[in-house]
Design a protein around this ligand. Structure first.
Ligand SMILES: [Zn+2]
Length: 138
């Protein structure tokens, strides 16, 4: 399964160097998130979720390269990316939002996710969100 997603990521070829750079960074983060799910220290569990979110951040930036969306004054970059996903990769939104919330909890509320939660986010939600966003790229 990871190979399917990875080749899907690699399969997106376009003339935008900015898009390509974000796809490559998303791939690195994707691979890193997957490498952390079978590890058991708290830091590794937290970072698996944080890195999963940053995989999606870069895919959202790729989406924005192809489907630019104005960012209203005062809107955060993450909210802007969320709007882009809602608009251009709707079927990835629920999974994106779950990962974003858990990422925030890890970063700002010192949340201690169980391994089962980490696996659900990385193996189910990340997978679903990556597929949804990549499928929405032209
Ligand atoms: Zn592209």
């Amino acid at each position: 399964m990871p190979h399917t997603v990875k080749s899907q990521l690699l399969g997106h070829r376009c003339g935008h160097s900015q898009c390509r750079a974000h796809i490559l960074q998303a791939e690195r983060n994707y691979t890193f998130a997957r490498s952390l799910i079978s590890r058991h220290s708290l830091a590794e569990r937290q970072w698996a979720i944080i890195v999963a979110f940053y995989c999606l951040v870069h895919l959202a930036e790729s989406l924005l390269v192809h489907f630019p969306l104005p960012r209203p004054r005062g809107m955060s970059h993450h909210d802007h990316r969320a709007s882009a996903i809602l608009k251009s990769a709707n079927n990835a939104y629920v999974a994106w939002d779950r990962i974003r919330k858990d990422c925030d909890d890890c970063r700002y509320r010192m949340w201690k996710p169980r391994t089962s939660r980490v696996q659900a986010r990385v193996l189910n939600d990340l997978e679903q969100a990556v597929k949804g966003i990549v499928a929405s790229l032209p």
